[in-house]
Write a new protein. Structure first.
Length: 143
C-alpha cells in the first residue's frame, strides 16, 4: 500500500511538472505573439499618412497596441514636448518605425510617439484603401 502511494505521488509530480512546463511554453509563445511587430524596444512598424489635419500611422503588423491595418493619429512628443510631426522628412506611404510611449482610447486611437525613423520611401498606393476611406470620413484630406 505504501509503495502504491509513493508510485502515485511520483506520477502526480511528473504530471504536475509537465503541466507547468506546458504552461510556461504557452506563455512564452503568447508573449512572442503579443510583441510581434515590435523590436522589443517599443518600436512599431507601419506607414505614415499625412493629412491636412495631422499625421497618421497605418500599422504593418499585429502587436500589443495594433492589429495590421489599424489607423492611429500621431502625437509627436520628443523630450515630452508636443510638436508637429516633421512632415518635411516623410511623405504619405513611407515606411517608418515609431517608438510609442502609449496609445489613447479615442477613435482613431492617438499614439504618443517619442521617436521615429524612416525605413523606406513609398507612395499613397501603399496605404490600404479602407484607411483612406476612414480618413475621408473624418474630414481629412490626404497629402
Amino acid at each position: 500500500m505504501v509503495e502504491r502511494i509513493k508510485k502515485n505521488q511520483k506520477v502526480c509530480a511528473v504530471f504536475f511538472v509537465a503541466v507547468v512546463l506546458v504552461i510556461v511554453v504557452l506563455l512564452c509563445k503568447l508573449n512572442q505573439w503579443r510583441s510581434k511587430g515590435t523590436d522589443g524596444d517599443g518600436f512599431y512598424t507601419g506607414y505614415v499618412v499625412l493629412t491636412d489635419k495631422g499625421a497618421y500611422f497605418e500599422a504593418k503588423y499585429d502587436s500589443i497596441f495594433f492589429e495590421a491595418g489599424d489607423l492611429a493619429k500621431i502625437n509627436y512628443q520628443p523630450d515630452g514636448v508636443l510638436i508637429d510631426f516633421p512632415v518635411d522628412e516623410v511623405s504619405t506611404g513611407d515606411e517608418i518605425r515609431m517608438e510609442i510611449h502609449r496609445v489613447g482610447d479615442s477613435l482613431p486611437p492617438v499614439a504618443i510617439v517619442d521617436a521615429y525613423e524612416k525605413i523606406s520611401s513609398g507612395s499613397v498606393e501603399r496605404i490600404d484603401s479602407s484607411i483612406l476611406e476612414e480618413l475621408e470620413k473624418l474630414g481629412c484630406q490626404v497629402e
